[in-house]
Design a protein around this ligand. Structure first.
Ligand code: NDP
Length: 372
């Protein structure tokens, strides 16, 4: 009998999540019947959206999320033992996937991962996965950048932000970027950003006054709140704002209490007079074009135009720690968890690389259906 470890949401977070909000349980998996498979997670993703889910999901249920898993046992003709898949069973070390679940397509489906040899399988959860497509579609479709335009990206050392910086450079833009430490700023600069500032030590207003005297044409916003309040006055006329995330507000206790938040960073008068286009998005909007995004991202990675970094936390028991770390800026690039299931195989390391691989994943997100 396979024993699974499962992280459930034990308590509704109030403000910043704490370790005590989560509980690690053990469960015996049911027997693997005809058509079923048993999988073991090797790497899992922690993402900011999970904070939103924690506000609404039922207590005592499994935390949501994606993972790359290995087939341990198979009674399915479509899956062999040792094969890898990308799937979304949540924060679970082991999972029994029924024949019915294996057949379900669309969001959250169980999708084979090709052999990536020496390259981290976890990149399917990052630069050539959902965060990569968030950058690709959220920036190109909503901002419609033109060569020579000025682009502002915050959260620029994160999974999504670091990809946006590089896509903007590929499109010939001037890039102003911000991140929360000197080390992060140096990495973002090495990705090609023209001006990088540490928003914790430099005034956003002053930094943008210096770096964008003619105004910002495109603003890709991962942070929201005070940052956006200070950034909007620097937009050029007819600027485009892509609202991707607002991580600075996710731990807002007033929202946890279900109260409306009055202090919006959006000044209607300013948006009107500058004739800005401000638009939010959820990346599944482009589910029909998912492969287009992944193929382009993969090509840029292979060509060395799109670099990535991963911050890897080892040990399934550290899952909440890795998640909470997102709100302290602990990660550079994509935050990834590895499990003890990687024992005996090449461990994943923190690395920045580009590589040649083939990728055909279409199982992005059960997650985003109930995103915000
Ligand atoms: P990141 O890899 O960027 O990790 C989170 C980072 O956010 C931290 O490392 C930290 O970096 C920064 N951060 C944390 N707290 C704050 C704060 N209070 N103020 C400013 N920055 C903060 O995460 P992702 O790349 O996965 O996600 C980036 C954004 O994109 C998030 O807002 C997320 O919700 C959103 N998103 C939206 C999607 C959509 O479909 N709309 C899809 C995927 C992600 P630092 O040290 O620089 O502060």
């Amino acid at each position: 009998m396979v024993k699974a470890k499962v992280w459930v949401l034990d308590r509704r977070p109030l403000g910043e999540p704490t370790i005590e909000d989560f509980k690690l349980l053990e469960e015996d998996l049911p027997p693997c019947s005809d058509g079923d498979v048993v999988i073991a997670a090797e790497c899992l993703s922690v993402d900011p959206y999970m904070r939103y889910r924690a506000r609404k999901m039922p207590l005592k249920t499994t935390m949501p999320g994606g993972q790359v898993a290995r087939v341990l046992e198979s009674k399915s003709p479509s899956w062999r033992v040792g094969q890898y898949m990308v799937c979304y069973p949540g924060w679970r070390s082991h999972t029994l996937v029924t024949a019915k679940e294996l057949k379900e397509g669309g969001l959250g489906s169980y999708t084979p991962l090709p052999d990536l040899k020496d390259f981290p399988k976890s990149t399917g959860l990052g630069v050539v996965g959902m965060p990569g497509n968030t950058a690709y579609f959220g920036f190109l479709e909503l901002c419609q950048p033109k060569s020579g335009e000025t682009v502002l990206v915050n959260g620029a050392a994160g999974a999504v932000g670091s990809a946006v910086v590089q896509i903007a450079k590929i499109k010939g833009c001037k890039v102003i970027a911000s991140a929360g430490s000197q080390e992060k700023c140096e990495w973002v600069k090495s990705l090609g950003a023209d001006h990088v500032f540490n928003y914790k030590t430099t005034s956003v207003t002053q930094a943008l006054k210096d770096a964008a005297p003619d105004g910002i044409n495109c603003y890709f916003d991962n942070v929201g709140g005070q940052f956006t309040l200070e950034a909007l006055p620097h937009m050029a006329d007819f600027g485009r704002v892509s609202l991707c995330g607002a991580i600075s507000t996710y731990n807002d206790e007033t929202r946890d209490k279900g109260q409306l938040v009055a202090n919006s960073p959006f000044d209607a008068g300013l948006i009107i007079t500058k004739q800005l286009r401000v638009e939010g998005f959820l990346v599944p909007r482009w589910i029909a074009r998912w492969m287009e995004g992944l193929n382009q991202l993969k090509q840029w990675v292979v060509e060395g135009k799109l670099k990535y970094q991963e911050t890897v936390t080892e040990g399934f028991e550290n899952m909440p720690k890795a998640f909470i770390g997102l709100f302290h800026g602990d990660n550079i690039g994509k935050a990834i968890m590895t499990t003890a299931a990687t024992n005996g195989r090449k461990p994943m390391t923190v690395k920045m690389t580009s590589f040649d691989w083939f990728w055909h994943l279409v199982a992005p997100l059960q997650l985003v259906t109930s995103w915000l």
